[in-house]
Every structure is written in structure tokens, then in C-alpha cells.
Design a protein around this ligand. Structure first.
Ligand SMILES: [Zn+2]
Ligand SMILES: [Zn+2]
Length: 152
């Protein structure tokens, strides 16, 4: 489902999706893109892209916010507590998102692809926030390639 959310992304560099789950129920979803009502990087270009900023650096100059931020914001907007949740995300959270998730009381992070942000890992370790890579990549690929039919 995080992969499906990522298909709505409006980032010109990488599509990321996130799903916040508690007790097998989806509380919120998010993808990376600009705040509601503002122009997107796909419409007017992205400064990080134009300046050739390497992956993992200078997030603050892009108008887009991250999938995890948008999912947490969606929960906040509807007054949904996400303490003890698991967040599933297609890419390992950056340091800004890790700060947000730590203080939102997130209980676990599961990601598909690692992201080069040492501070992010350090913060999560210090805060004892359980996080790790999604192990069953074969299952993801089977879903992506349509090997698992949709239930009728
Ligand atoms: Zn951008
Ligand atoms: Zn982030």
C-alpha cells in the first residue's frame, strides 16, 4: 500500500509512499509532495534538482514535504493519535522525518530501501525507535508483477 501511495508523488527526484498502521488498521497515508494548495515540483521545477544537491542533503530548500510528514500531518488534521503505530515506508526516513516520528510516539518503522542519512539512524537508535528494512522483498515483487491476483 505504501508503494501504491508513492505513485501519487509529485517529487521530480524520487517517489516515496508511507502508510501509518495501528493494530492492522490504516490510520493515515502519505506521499512526498508540496503542501495542499501550493504548486508542485512537477509543475514549476525543484531547486534541489536544479542545484544538483546530492541525495540526503538540503531537504529544506525543496517545497515538497516528505511522505512520512504528510502522513503524520494527515493524522493530526483529523485528530487521530498515532502513538505506538507502525509506519511502512518505501524509503528509510530522513533525519527530519525521524525526529517527527520519534516525537509523534511512533513505535516501529519498516522501510524498503535504505537512505543515506547517518543522523537519522543515530537519532532513532538513541530514542530506541525500532526500525528496519522490510525483509520479504520477494512478496513485494510478486505483488508488483501481478503474480498475486486481487481477491474477488
Ligand atoms: Zn522539490
Ligand atoms: Zn523525510
Amino acid at each position: 500500500m505504501a508503494l501504491i501511495a508513492s505513485t501519487r508523488s509529485t517529487c521530480v527526484r524520487r517517489r516515496v509512499g508511507a502508510v501509518i498502521v495501528l493494530e492492522n488498521r490504516i490510520l493515515a497515508t502519505g506521499y512526498n509532495g508540496s503542501p495542499a494548495g501550493t504548486q508542485h515540483c512537477t509543475d514549476i521545477g525543484c531547486l534541489r534538482q536544479q542545484l544538483g544537491i546530492p541525495s540526503g542533503e538540503r531537504h529544506e530548500i525543496c517545497r515538497g514535504s516528505h511522505a512520512e510528514m504528510n502522513a503524520v500531518a494527515q493524522a493530526a488534521a483529523s485528530g487521530t493519535a498515532i502513538r505506538s503505530c507502525t509506519i511502512y515506508t518505501t524509503v528509510e526516513p530522513c533525519s527530519m522525518c525521524s525526529k517527527l516520528l520519534i516525537n509523534a510516539g511512533c513505535g516501529r518503522i519498516v522501510y524498503m530501501v535504505p537512505y543515506p542519512d547517518e543522523l537519522s539512524r543515530t537519532l532513532r537508535e538513541e530514542a530506541a525507535l525500532d526500525s528496519g528494512i522490510y525483509e520479504d522483498r520477494e512478496a513485494v515483487m510478486r505483488v508488483l508483477h501481478g503474480a498475486i491476483p486481487l481477491q474477488k
